[in-house]
Design a protein around this ligand. Structure first.
Ligand code: HPA
Ligand code: ZN
Length: 333
């Protein structure tokens, strides 16, 4: 088996993907047309040309605009189903999907519409594609603490359909400390918790996510390398980082894939995983992310297998399921 064949053959778990970030321009056009919504582009080509962002905020502006065409339950179903088809192609067997309810409820779309469409796609993916999944509800950190509390309140009615809460959107200027009380209430209600930290924001935000939000995983976290004491803590606590290589390249978190720190972090014993973040916007799904780092960093077979195993270990599936997938990875040669 050559390296590309190994990457394709590895069973993979995805732990960092925003469902709104899987919105392919073709589907965006089709949904805009059937919902009779104007979008500021004449063609799929024009949409793709608009994807020339160079930092998180310039990306987010376009990402939120694209989500405006999603109105009906079927739209959310179609969005998630298209992503599950990509998972099937890439042999992603388990995925933990972020969704941003506030992007939709602020436009007058009911929370119920969003979650019902997504959940129905998750159920169908399990039945028809044999892909398991969990939903993670993210708070938009550029919005207020009050707005996050309101969103948490709405989520309580769907507690059994949401495994965890997370924190995304514009990082710098919106530290984890802003959401300490909301996360405490979410944990009390029985949600697991994750947060984006150390993508564009400093290592201090990773400390805050650990100490104030008490997260089970850090999303991104690549800037942790700037703080040696933090690195020792991540290693000692086996704290997973959900790293997104193509995202980091596209948003200029790194200048060049050959300089990405995922291999250094892995070699030091940090539990890093590979993820696609917003694959429609950043140039690729799970396997594209593996291909990009394998080539730029000359990853070994053992390193690739370790990355895939880390994702199952860091996931929110049962210990028996983790063991089964890890044994399957070990059995690959
Ligand atoms: N960072 C923060 N917010 C986001 C991202 C991201 O990478 N993708 C979608 N929302
Ligand atoms: Zn993200």
């Amino acid at each position: 088996m050559n390296q590309a064949e190994l990457i394709r053959a590895l069973p993979k778990a995805e732990l960092h993907v925003h469902i709104e970030g899987t919105f392919e321009p073709e589907l965006m056009f089709a949904i805009a047309q059937r919902n009779r919504i104007e979008i500021p582009y004449k063609s799929v080509e024009e949409v793709k040309q608009a994807y020339n962002f160079h930092n998180l905020q310039s990306f987010l502006d376009i990402y939120y605009a694209g989500a405006n065409v999603l109105i009906y339950e079927q739209d959310f179903y179609d969005l998630a189903w298209a992503y599950f088809e990509k998972c099937a192609e890439d042999h992603v067997v388990h995925t933990e999907i972020f969704f941003d309810p506030q992007t939709h409820t602020d436009r007058g779309i009911a929370f119920e519409t969003v979650i019902t469409g997504l959940k129905r796609a998750c159920d169908d993916a399990h039945e028809k594609l044999n892909i398991s999944s969990h939903l993670i509800m993210c708070f938009l950190r550029h919005l207020s603490e009050d707005a996050a509390f309101e969103t948490l309140q709405q989520a309580l009615a769907y507690k059994d359909q949401i495994i965890a809460v997370g924190l995304d959107s514009s990082e710098v200027g919106h530290p984890p400390s802003k959401f300490e009380r909301v996360f405490a209430k979410a944990r009390e209600a029985g949600f697991l918790v994750v947060a984006h930290a150390g993508e564009e924001g400093p290592a201090d935000y990773v400390w805050q996510a650990l100490d104030l939000l008490k997260v089970n995983r850090i999303d991104h976290g690549v800037r942790s390398e700037e703080d040696e004491t933090l690195m020792q803590r991540l290693i000692a606590e086996k704290m997973p980082l959900t790293v997104c290589p193509l995202s980091n390249l596209k948003l200029c978190v790194v200048d060049d894939m050959a300089q990405h720190n995922i291999q250094r972090l892995l070699q030091q014993g940090v539990k890093v995983t590979v993820n696609s973040d917003d694959p429609s916007y950043f140039g690729g799904y799970m396997n594209d992310n593996y291909f990009a780092i394998a080539e730029a960093l000359n990853l070994t077979t053992e390193e690739l297998k370790q990355l895939a195993k880390n994702a199952f270990e860091a996931s929110f599936i049962t210990d028996a399921e983790k063991k089964m997938w890890i044994e399957r990875i070990d059995a690959l040669i």
